[in-house]
Design a protein around this ligand. Structure first.
Ligand code: ADP
Ligand code: MG
Length: 284
């Protein structure tokens, strides 16, 4: 309107027709939206500015900045950014296959080949971000989206709401992330960096292959103690048929000392990730 000299020339409602809710997050609702110019469909993150403390408003702006700079087949693409009086609208590339989380619940566990392909895509997206000094900080199956119902094998990393440029001096002390996927150094309130994402990959990888989390306790204090110690087991009844290579990679990811933890670039060269599909199929 008048006086909004710096605002985008077009308002969201003129460019897009908003549709039903696709999902809800901590501080946003994601709707389907159709672009009026060509009928193409997008996911649009809608955030009420009235409910949003200034710190979250800054987080969302930083998410937009981070995503706009990223162009990778396994990262949800940001298409625009509309800052309006009461809401932010953030149109994103649409992933119609839903959350990896829901697939895991349906399937209970993945074959090694399926798990390996998912973890490789995740590692490629993370390596791409880490090379650019960007960490995600909230990697978990809810933030990994499947491209479509037909292609339920390709994932894209979403929700860079907590992403931050990693090379901030002395690291960050912010408590964030989700219990269960959070790295021990965050729980110990130590300065941390991009290694936290690799810990989360370790947890995701364990869940995909085992069908249950490596660290679990009903009591959050005890759960945090288990994560800080970093002791986990490959229970023989679930892991006997899983290859040693897969267990080796998980063991190199779930390392308490971040300096000793495998990096995304190193993990992409790990034998389990590099294994050809046929070799893993022979093993079943
Ligand atoms: P928050 O930062 O509030 O957690 P997310 O970005 O994780 O928000 O989005 C919340 C939910 O909305 C996701 O878990 C997912 O179900 C859905 N969603 C988010 N982005 C997309 C997208 N690009 N395509 C389809 N659904 C999406
Ligand atoms: Mg989320």
């Amino acid at each position: 309107g008048p006086g909004e000299g710096l605002a985008a020339p077009e308002r969201f409602a003129e460019a897009f027709t908003i549709g039903p809710v696709l999902g809800k997050g901590a501080f946003s609702t994601v709707h389907l939206a159709t672009r009026n110019s060509d009928g193409r469909r997008f996911a649009t993150k809608v955030v009420s500015r009235r409910k949003l403390p200034p710190v979250d408003e800054a987080a969302l702006r930083s998410e937009a900045k981070v995503l706009m700079a990223l162009d990778h087949p396994n990262i949800v693409r940001l298409v625009g950014w509309y800052e309006e009086k009461d809401v932010f609208y953030v149109p994103l590339e649409l992933c119609e296959g839903g959350e990896l989380f829901d697939r895991i619940v349906q399937k209970s566990c993945y074959t090694e080949r399926e798990a390996r392909d998912l973890v490789r895509m995740l590692l490629e997206a993370i390596a791409y971000c880490h090379e650019r000094g960007i960490m995600h900080r909230d990697l978990k199956p809810e933030n990994l989206l499947l491209v479509s119902k037909e292609d339920d094998a390709t994932i894209k990393v979403a929700d860079f709401g907590f992403a931050k440029v990693a090379n901030i001096p002395k690291g960050l002390h912010t408590q964030c992330g989700t219990p269960g996927y959070v790295a021990p150094e965050i729980l110990k309130r130590q300065p941390y960096g991009k290694e936290v994402d690799m810990w989360s990959v370790g947890v995701i990888c364990y869940i995909l292959l085992g069908g249950y989390p490596p660290f679990h306790d009903e009591n959050q204090v005890r759960l945090f103690m288990k994560i800080k110690k970093g002791t986990f087991t490959f229970h023989p009844q679930y892991w006997a048929t899983i290859s040693e290579d897969a267990k080796d990679l998980i063991t190199k990811l779930l390392v308490v000392d971040p300096a000793q933890r495998i990096t995304a670039a190193q993990a992409l060269k790990h034998p389990w990730i590099r294994a050809s599909a046929s070799v893993l199929m022979e093993r079943g």
